[in-house]
Design a protein around this ligand. Structure first.
Ligand SMILES: Cc1cc2nc3c(=O)[nH]c(=O)nc-3n(C[C@H](O)[C@H](O)[C@H](O)COP(=O)(O)OP(=O)(O)OC[C@H]3O[C@@H](n4cnc5c(N)ncnc54)[C@H](O)[C@@H]3O)c2cc1C
Length: 383
């Protein structure tokens, strides 16, 4: 299948590319490579420019005031955004806004006023609280409880590895109605920062500098008005959110890999050893070629998943294929780029060593590779 990128989408892609290369990438020289939050005045300036240029919240549907570019558009521009260090990896203050939890679009009017619209305006940050110490890849093991008490719910439990949990104004907490098992009975609640009984217990130090949080709920009272979706349907909310999220997640590594490969090509054409350029060595050429092949394959798989999702097809398999391949591909491509740069490659003078660490997380976040292989196998083996 050949993908035709519409003219307006090509223009949008080129605008994002120019913005990333002229405004964001130059900052990488000024700020330490492990910078998580781009400081003021830079972040305010960048967000202001993104809004002015119509690049803010590109994924927000038109009916909610955004341009609603669709999943295919999101992966095209997502790759461009992924060329710079902070756009899609390791920051809770996004330059381009967006990443709005899709479930909020189907929330009540009151919830839209309190959570959706402020999120779109960039005034409120959210976090996704599903994983627990005893329930990660298998969320049917969720043990956080939600007990009805009149017009309220009382939540108890611990969430772990919650990205942005410490900075979030509200967290989507998935909790189980006692007496239910497996996929049924899980309900989602919007829990505000500062709610009595809800606290950030600690930051969990991980391989990358954006540390996720451990969150604790102890007799935390949440009004029924903060229940997102139907009782017992929280798991379905999360699944819809995750399937499309996997496709945009697969686009992030494309930009990282594309820039890493370009860096490796440029370096191989200027670095001489034993009287010859690295680019003249077949051992180096083959590393570059393998990266090019894998990058193209990942891009194609991601476009395919996005294209079909936009047409309303069931893309559970395609989304998992794109997620697995793209996130595994980026690790190999960044690794080869580091190898070609030698000592410089593992130094903090370049972004490659940080991306190496970011890429490692991508094989676990949004579901480990093995779970996606399990989903693909289930579809392959179905009668
Ligand atoms: C940096 C970071 C950020 C995160 N952010 C969030 C967030 O914002 N919100 C959130 O809710 N969660 C978040 N997570 C949690 C993430 O989704 C889980 O870590 C992931 O789902 C795996 O769960 P687990 O760590 O409990 O591993 P487990 O479920 O214990 O699995 C461990 C390993 O076992 C293997 N495995 C498991 N099941 C199978 C199977 N059926 N077949 C074969 N192999 C299997 C896999 O290799 C897996 O990596 C984050 C994690 C990290 C590391």
């Amino acid at each position: 299948m050949a993908f035709e990128i519409p003219e307006e989408l090509k223009m949008l892609r080129d605008t994002v590319r120019r913005f990333v290369y002229s405004e964001v990438i130059p900052l990488e020289k000024e700020l330490p490579v492990d910078t998580v939050e781009i400081p003021e005045p830079h972040i305010g300036r960048l967000q202001g420019m993104a809004k002015e240029m119509g690049l803010w919240c590109l994924d927000v549907p038109e009916e909610f005031g955004g341009p609603g570019i669709g999943l295919f558009g999101q992966v095209i521009v997502g790759e461009e955004m992924g060329h710079c260090l902070w756009v899609l990896t390791g920051t809770s203050t996004p330059i381009f806004g967006g990443d709005i939890p899709a479930a909020l679009y189907e929330s009540t009017e009151d919830q839209k006023e309190h959570y959706l619209y402020p999120s779109i305006r960039g005034e409120k940050k959210s976090a996704f609280g599903q994983t627990e110490p005893g329930a990660g890849a298998d969320p049917s093991m969720l043990a956080t409880t939600a007990v009805r008490d009149g017009d309220n719910w009382i939540l108890n439990g611990t969430k772990i590895f919650i990205t942005g949990g410490d900075k979030a104004d509200f967290v989507m907490i998935f909790a189980r109605i006692p007496g239910t098992t497996g996929r049924n009975g899980v309900t989602c609640f919007l829990v505000d920062k500062g709610t009595p009984g809800f606290k950030v217990a600690r930051l969990v130090e991980v391989i990358r500098p954006l540390y996720p949080s451990e969150l604790v709920l102890e007799d935390c009272v949440v009004p029924d008005a903060n229940r997102l979706g139907e009782v017992g349907r929280g798991f379905m909310l999360a699944q819809d959110f995750l399937t499309h999220g996997r496709i945009t997640y697969a686009a992030r590594p494309l930009g990282m890999a594309s820039r890493s490969l370009k860096m490796a090509i440029d370096y191989s054409k200027q670095r001489t050893t034993f009287g010859r350029l690295l680019a003249e060595r077949q051992a180096v050429q083959w590393m570059l070629v393998d990266s090019e092949i894998e990058l193209r394959a990942a891009r194609w798989l991601t476009w395919d998943a996005a294209f079909k999702a936009e047409r309303g097809e069931d893309v559970r398999s395609e989304a998992s294929i794109a997620k697995v391949y793209s996130t595994e591909m980026v690790g190999r491509v960044v690794d080869r780029a580091i190898q070609i740069h030698g000592g410089l490659g593992v130094s903090k003078d370049l972004i490659l060593e940080r991306w190496y660490r970011e890429a490692r997380v991508m094989r676990i976040g949004e579901g480990p590779s093995e779970i996606h292989r399990f989903i693909i196998a289930r579809n392959l083996l179905r009668d």
